[in-house]
Design a protein around this ligand. Sequence first.
Ligand SMILES: [Mg+2]
Length: 364
Amino acid sequence: MTSSGERKILHLDLDAFYPSVEVLDNPELAGKPVIVGGIGPRGVVASASYEARLLRVHSALPTAVARRRCPDGIFLRPRFERYRELSRRIFALYRTWSEKVEPLSMDEAYVDVTHRPDPGPAIAARIREDVHERTGLTVSAGVSHNKFLAKLASDFDKPDGLTVIGEGEARSFLAPLPARRLWGVGPATAARLEAAGLRTIGDVARADVEHLRQVVGNAAIRLGAYAVGEDDREVSPPGRPRSISAETTFDQDIRNWASAAPHVRKFVTRIVAQLEKHDLWARTVVLKIRYGDFRTITRSLTPDKAVRGTEDILALARALAQRAERPPSAGIRLIGLAVQNLVSEMQADVTSGDGDDDSQLQLF
Ligand SMILES: [Mg+2]
């Protein structure tokens, strides 16, 4: 978070990615309508160059129709291996700016650069330059304080564009756009909104929430928020856990910490194995206790040094247990341990802390 609490989210979208790669690998195609997709009689267009788009050829169009609209088009079968290779290189470049990179497809990703001191637009400009320099491809960027707005922005000035939507501009930017541009609104929902007289995002923003609920059901709250430019979804990298936890319910409620100790050690072993597997470090350790009367408490600690070692995590678990209540007469029914705020080693702050266990009673 910046001091204002505003996030800095980029949405990066490679321009006409498949055809652009084809042009890159065969410069003679530059400036021509290049159409990548199924080329057989039942083929469908996967992606078309901007030259072809001017002739109304777009993705999902049957190739047969595309051939009629664009008789001089260059029709090519996709070479997914090649696209994947470039996509991997480009996303690796994004990851040098932030570990919070969330790919949406081979050619689109969100990047959260909130932690960086530079303004979002400056970072987006640098990334666009880098991508072009290293691969010859152009990428359009949208910059804003959330995912929904960043994605809308990247589309605003394609190809090779950079669009910023500032916090104060969101509503006026959104208002005239058709309601189908709201995140998560497909053709069916768009038709229902339209039938209810809600044609633009501005209409949705002004709609009474009960009215909206009659039209789109439970999605009303979410759509209402998007319509005024609010979206608190996180940029979340794939395949990376947000937290790792282990817990056990005892056959019989336990009455003292000593009985919990072997379980907690086992939890720590399992958690450490997962942290190592994903090459992550934990900033926060959470202890959960459910008492015999089903009251559940959690206690958490966030030391200034991210941890991954068995002894470090055990020490934190001990400290947490000391902050919990003594086991009441009802005993303890369940005990669990979790690590959260997982970070990569690069990001782990190793500035302070002696890390030594203090001389407190060893509970586990
Ligand atoms: Mg794209």
